[in-house]
Design a protein around this ligand. Structure first.
Ligand SMILES: NC(=O)c1ccc[n+]([C@@H]2O[C@H](COP(=O)([O-])OP(=O)(O)OC[C@H]3O[C@@H](n4cnc5c(N)ncnc54)[C@H](OP(=O)(O)O)[C@@H]3O)[C@@H](O)[C@H]2O)c1
Length: 289
C-alpha cells in the first residue's frame, strides 16, 4: 500500500459504516490517512482522538461531495438507504470521485443485481453500470442479505413457535453485517489490480426450514416454518406494523430466494479477511439467545 494512501468512507455513521470505520482504524497501516464522512459529523464523535479526519458528505449535494473527496485515493461508497433515489445519489458520488481522480471506488452492492427480482436490485445494477462506464477502478462488494434482517421474525418465532415467509424451500446465503463490514475494511486496504467483484456471503445457504430447525435447537422450543403466499406474507408484515414499501421489499427477497437466486456460498470473506464468516447459528446465539 502506498505511503500516501488516503481512504474515505461515506456513510460512516450508519450501522455498517461505523463497523467498517472501527475495523479500518484497527487494521490500516500508520501511513494510511483515514477520512470518515457523514451527512452529520456529530454522529462521528466516538472516533475523536482515533487519528482520523472527519468530513461532511451528502450525495444530495454535489459540491459538498466533490469537496469531501479532495485528495482521496480509495473511496468506499456505502449504498444509501434512499430507495427510489439512490441511483441519483450514487451517480453524484461517482462523478465527484472522477472529478477528484479517485483511484478506486469500493461499492456495497447486491447479489446478482442484473437478474435479481429483489426490489433493491435495479438501483444497484444502475450504479454498477455507471461505475463501469466511469472508467474508475472498482471493487464491488455484492453483500448477501444481512442476517440482521431475520431478527424481527426470529424474535416473534421464539414467542409464537412460528416463522413466516413465502420463500417455500428457497434459501439464501445470509451474512452478518459485521462480516460485511470486515470485508469492506479489508477491501479498502487491499492493493487490488483492475476491477474486482466479491460475492460477500455467509458460510452456506439457509432456508426458512433450516432457520426453524436452528431456532428449535437453540431454544429447546419447537419452531416451525409456515409458508404463505406472497400476498399473505405481505399482509402479515404490514399487520405487524411494517410500512408497505418495506413489506414489498421483504416479499421480493422471499421471491428471490424461491427462484433460487444467490444460493452459492463463497469463500470471498475469507479471501479478504483471512477469517470464515460466522454461521447463522453463531449469529443467532450472539444476537438473541
Ligand atoms: N444486504 C443487506 O441486507 C442490506 C440491508 C440493509 C441495507 N443495505 C444497504 O447497505 C447500506 C448500509 O446498511 P446499514 O445497515 O448501515 O444501513 P443504515 O444504518 O440505514 O445506513 C444508511 C446509510 O446511508 C447513508 N446515506 C443516506 N443518505 C445519504 C446521502 N444523502 N449521502 C451519503 N450517504 C447517505 C448513511 O450515511 P450517513 O447517515 O452517515 O450520512 C448511512 O451510512 C444501506 O444504506 C443499504 O443500501 C443492505
Amino acid at each position: 500500500m502506498k505511503a500516501n494512501n488516503t481512504i474515505l468512507v461515506s456513510g460512516a455513521s450508519g450501522h455498517l459504516g461505523q463497523m467498517v470505520s472501527k475495523k479500518l482504524i484497527e487494521i490500516a497501516s500508520a501511513h494510511t490517512h483515514i477520512i470518515l464522512a457523514s451527512r452529520n459529523t456529530e454522529k462521528l464523535a466516538q472516533f475523536k482522538g482515533k487519528n482520523v479526519e472527519v468530513r461532511e458528505i451528502d450525495f444530495n449535494d454535489p459540491d459538498k461531495t466533490k469537496k469531501a473527496l479532495n485528495g482521496v485515493n480509495q473511496f468506499l461508497i456505502i449504498s444509501t438507504d434512499a430507495i427510489g433515489s439512490r441511483f441519483d445519489q450514487h451517480k453524484v458520488a461517482i462523478d465527484a470521485a472522477k472529478a477528484n481522480s479517485v483511484e478506486r471506488i469500493i461499492y456495497t452492492s447486491w447479489p446478482e443485481p442484473k437478474n435479481s427480482v429483489a426490489m433493491v436490485a435495479p438501483e444497484h445494477k444502475e450504479t454498477e453500470d455507471y461505475l463501469e462506464k466511469s472508467g474508475i477502478n472498482f471493487t464491488l462488494l455484492r453483500n448477501s442479505l444481512y442476517s440482521e434482517n431475520l431478527l424481527g421474525s426470529v424474535k416473534n418465532a421464539l414467542e409464537t413457535g412460528k416463522i413466516y415467509g413465502s420463500a417455500v424451500k428457497g434459501s439464501h446465503t445470509f451474512v452478518s453485517r459485521s462480516d460485511c463490514a470486515n470485508a469492506a475494511a479489508y477491501a479498502l486496504i487491499k492493493e487490488e489490480k483492475g476491477n474486482k467483484i466479491y460475492n460477500i456471503t455467509g458460510d452456506q445457504n439457509y432456508s426458512y426450514y433450516d432457520l426453524a430447525q436452528i431456532l428449535t435447537e437453540l431454544s429447546s422450543k419447537k419452531v416451525e416454518y409456515i409458508n404463505l403466499s406472497d400476498d399473505e406474507f405481505k399482509n402479515a408484515l404490514t399487520s405487524s406494523g411494517l410500512p408497505e414499501i418495506w413489506a414489498d421489499v421483504f416479499v421480493s427477497f422471499d421471491k428471490a430466494h424461491r427462484l433460487g437466486e444467490a444460493q452459492t456460498a463463497t469463500k470471498d470473506i475469507q479471501e479478504l479477511t483471512g477469517k470464515s464468516p460466522e454461521t447463522l447459528k453463531e449469529f443467532l446465539k450472539r444476537n438473541i439467545l
